[in-house]
Write a protein of this length. Structure first.
Ligand code: ZN
Length: 345
């Protein structure tokens, strides 16, 4: 089976060339994929659709969409760094709808896995607030779609963007049926995602945060994936695994402070591929979040796609691996093993 790849040229029209989250991100990815004839043989292109108001309101307050539409009339900023152009809200609806199409392609059984090349990204958008380059929370909308349309009980969202997905955490913080896991640089904007944030009320234990010290790289990521994230997912038993796939944890990223290599991203892609195979019949959906070094973004994303179509970590000749010692992550794993409900005992 091939991988469903969701993309659309309209995503290029949400653009501020001087802003890090600009259309050249997708242009670079498209160019790299177009040049990879071997990989293309395994990708099935899918067109996105617009998310409906009801699909958006499944995770956002009812006033969120009309508020953004009003701001878009003349162009506006949702916060100091989140631009909204006249077409941006429609394009963001197409991004959320792209996440839905990616989810539908997998849950219908047509494809084993999928990846949505969408923008604007989504994981900072809270139930009532556009922020951090994000208008609608694409991953949350996709998870809610999976539960509503396919009757799934448990969905896991794993967010490997360098920034904490405060919006996704906020939306599902009291929800026991959606496991939200994030690895992120610490300290780093938006400064949420302390390891003690574990969910609340019925959702206590279904938020798992792994704040990583600056310059944590391939080794540290591998340890937290194998020793904290994989056991938590096995215990939660999701029926679908959604990856909030940000590539700004790459060592060359200008906004990030972590040090993953392109080969490191291939390794993480392999771990989640195997976890999906083990826990949820291989059902795996990738949604593009951040990533601002254009070359590192396109190469790392391509490594994810190669890994997911072959089932083997993409062979990457790593030029980026530094030999300086990485910060220790065992303290974090030990704290979580002692205190996190999904990892205790
Ligand atoms: Zn990010």
């Amino acid at each position: 089976m091939s991988l469903a790849l969701i993309s659309h040229d309209h995503y290029l029209d949400h653009d501020q060339p001087e802003h890090p989250e600009n259309a050249n991100r997708l242009r670079t990815i498209h160019a790299m994929l177009a040049a990879d004839y071997e990989l293309q043989q395994h990708l099935t292109p899918h067109a996105p659709r617009h998310a409906t108001a009801a699909e958006i309101e499944a995770v956002h307050v009812p006033s969120h969409l009309p508020t953004l539409q009003r701001m878009a009339q003349f162009g506006d900023w949702a916060d100091a760094e989140t631009y909204i152009l006249p077409d941006s809200v429609e394009i963001a609806r197409l991004a959320a709808g792209g996440a839905i199409v990616a989810t539908d392609a997998v849950l219908s059984g047509r494809q084993r896995n999928s990846f949505a090349l969408i923008r604007p990204p989504g994981h900072h958008a809270t139930a009532d607030q556009a922020m951090g380059f994000c208008l609608f929370n694409n991953a949350a909308i996709a998870a809610a779609f999976a539960q509503r349309e396919y009757g799934l009980k448990r969905v896991a969202i794993l967010d490997w963007d360098v920034h904490h997905g405060n919006g996704t955490q906020d939306i599902f913080y009291e929800n026991p049926d959606v496991l939200y896991i994030s690895t992120h640089g610490w300290p780093l904007w938006p400064n949420s995602g302390h390891w003690k944030e574990m969910g609340a009320k019925a959702g206590l234990g279904t938020t798992l945060n792994l704040p990583l010290r600056p310059l944590t790289g391939d080794m540290g990521f591998h340890l937290v994936f194998e020793q904290a994230i994989a056991p938590a997912i096995r215990r939660f038993k999701p029926e679908l695994l959604i990856i909030s796939a940000g590539y700004d944890a790459h060592i060359y990223d200008p906004l990030g402070n972590l040090a993953l290599s392109t080969g490191g991203y291939a390794q993480l892609s392999s771990i989640v591929y195997n976890l999906a195979a083990e826990c949820c019949d291989g059902r795996l959906v990738g949604l593009l979040e951040g990533g601002y070094n254009l070359e590192a973004l396109a190469q790392s994303l391509s490594a994810t796609l190669q890994t997911w179509v072959s089932g083997q970590p993409a062979p990457i000749f790593n030029q980026e691996v530094s030999h300086t010692p990485e910060p220790d992550v065992t303290w974090l794993i030990e704290h979580l093993r002692r205190e996190h409900p999904l990892l205790k005992g």
